[in-house]
Design a binder for this molecule. Sequence first.
Ligand code: ZN
Length: 148
Amino acid sequence: MILEDLYQELILDHYKNPRNMGTIDHPDVHKHVKNPFCGDEIDLDIKIDRENQQIEEIRFKGEGCSISQASASMLTELLRGKSLHEAHDLIEIFKKMVKGEATPEEEEKLGDLQAFKGVSKFPVRVKCATLVWNTVNSGLKEIDQAEK
Ligand code: ZN
């Protein structure tokens, strides 16, 4: 199986069987976002472990294209349990990767999410892939600012 087929299958699998779907009671971050270009919608909840400064729990609900939903599903798997610092780094790397600007060493840190590397060829799809990442990013920034 060539790598691109494998990536396609990963995306389809997460689209059909999204991981960490649902909501969290009393989340530290709750956001609802839309991508008007494609009609994608995502509701995102994050619970922060403040003592350890890490993402304790992260869940989403959504609808839309396979790229946007699979990206959200895979993001929750990658970011759960990560420190806020690591999460920030991974967000930056993902955003660079879909613009074709990440190094191979950086991309490796994304694991399965390298499946979205190919969207860099399709600017409209980049918006689908990054929707959830931008949402997490702005949610974490708000928390950061609230604590200062
Ligand atoms: Zn989309």
